[in-house]
Design a protein around this ligand. Structure first.
Ligand SMILES: NC(=O)c1ccc[n+]([C@@H]2O[C@H](COP(=O)([O-])OP(=O)(O)OC[C@H]3O[C@@H](n4cnc5c(N)ncnc54)[C@H](O)[C@@H]3O)[C@@H](O)[C@H]2O)c1
Length: 330
């Protein structure tokens, strides 16, 4: 299978490392920064296409690892050439852009998957499995926390909210998607955020999502969740989740090993579901390629990508307006 990766930055390299572990895969790169592309090609044994359009024609699958505001254009060109498309999270900048992408893929009959990689992290997959299996009874309240240093990205695009969407779209989207996957549809969103770093792009209007945000989600099921996201942690990134139900509680903290802890009235059990071949990025890419080969639906649907963006956009609107917002349905 020929994979054309667009964007030789952080995620392009992560994906290339995983594709190299999959048999019968050939990779190519296209990046506006030709030096970066050449170094990538050398590092991964990839073909280096100066023309994006030529790479799209060469590829079976186009893997979009570009700044978020550039996802839509490349996805539409790839879809119109009949290529299967994997697009990094967030799928696109707005719900309308996601809908345009989905409509184009449906019309062309090409597979389209948003890379919501959290679903492939063994701890998060275990969390969903335990909730659905009834281990903690009826789920009621959840809490997630995700934090680290603010990323910059090529040319500092992460710190321009018109490009990255800021912390709620770029980082919060992971947990919004996982919580919706685990607890069902989100009905209401309320968010507060602060901006403190001096180096945000001038286009950034306070109090839109900046360095820290706290979001409360209300679910159709009656569950409530709060999602804490921060780019103010100097140390290595830390991720936690907690789901409480009528019969117990599941906890995960990336600082602990073994990491998933389930407590009920009768027992406390800890387990580390991470096996060496459980790498989430590998599982995600492998899952998508297997689906493309088999002609079966991708493991994460394009509608899931849209709904995650809708929750993040509702959170941004809430942080800006101070009101409770209902996510758009697409
Ligand atoms: N799943 C995850 O865990 C995760 C982590 C980080 C980033 N991401 C997402 O991945 C995407 C890429 O992020 P990143 O960290 O790799 O960014 P990055 O800044 O490291 O890399 C982006 C690359 O795109 C190239 N580029 C920019 N404009 C281009 C254009 N017009 N044509 C071709 N190439 C161009 C840049 O030169 C750079 O090499 C974003 O959507 C981001 O939100 C996902």
């Amino acid at each position: 299978m020929r994979i054309g990766i667009v964007g030789a930055g952080g995620m392009g390299n992560t994906h290339a490392n995983k594709y190299r572990q999959i048999p019968d895969v050939e990779i190519a790169i296209s990046d506006i920064d030709t030096e970066r592309a050449a170094a990538f090609a050398e590092r991964h044994g990839a073909s280096d296409f100066r023309s994006l359009s030529e790479m799209i024609l060469w590829a079976d699958v186009v893997d979009i690892c570009l700044p978020t505001d550039l996802h839509l254009g490349v996805a539409l060109e790839s879809i119109s050439a009949g290529r299967a498309v994997l697009v990094e999270k967030p799928m696109a900048s707005t719900v309308a852009e996601c809908a345009t992408m989905i409509e184009a893929a449906e019309r062309a009959g090409t597979p389209l998957m948003p890379a919501q990689v959290l679903r492939f992290f063994p701890e998060f997959a275990a969390g969903k499995r335990l909730v659905e299996g009834g281990t903690i009874g009826r789920p009621a309240a959840a809490r997630t926390r995700r934090g680290g240093k603010a990323p910059a990205g090529a040319g500092g695009w992460f710190l321009d909210p018109t490009r990255s969407g800021g912390i709620l779209l770029d980082l919060g989207i992971h947990d919004f998607d996982w919580l919706r996957w685990t607890l069902g549809e989100v009905e209401t969103v309320y968010a507060r955020s602060v901006r403190i770093r001096p180096d945000w792009a001038p286009s950034f209007q306070a109090p839109a999502a900046g360095d820290y945000a706290l979001t409360t989600l209300g679910f159709a099921s009656g569950c409530v969740a709060h999602v804490e996201t921060t780019w103010m942690e100097p140390g290595p990134s830390r991720v936690t989740f907690e789901v409480c139900g009528s019969e117990g509680m599941i906890e995960y903290d990336s600082r602990n090993a073994p990491s998933v802890r389930t407590a009920t009235a009768d027992s406390v059990k800890t387990e580390a579901p991470l096996a060496p071949d459980d790498d989430p990025y590998y599982l995600q890419l492998r899952g998508f390629l297997d689906a493309v080969k088999a002609g079966s639906p991708p493991p994460v649907s394009s509608l899931d990508g849209l709904k995650a963006v809708a929750i993040a956009r509702a959170a941004i609107e809430s942080a800006e307006s101070g009101r409770v917002v209902r996510p758009a349905q697409g």
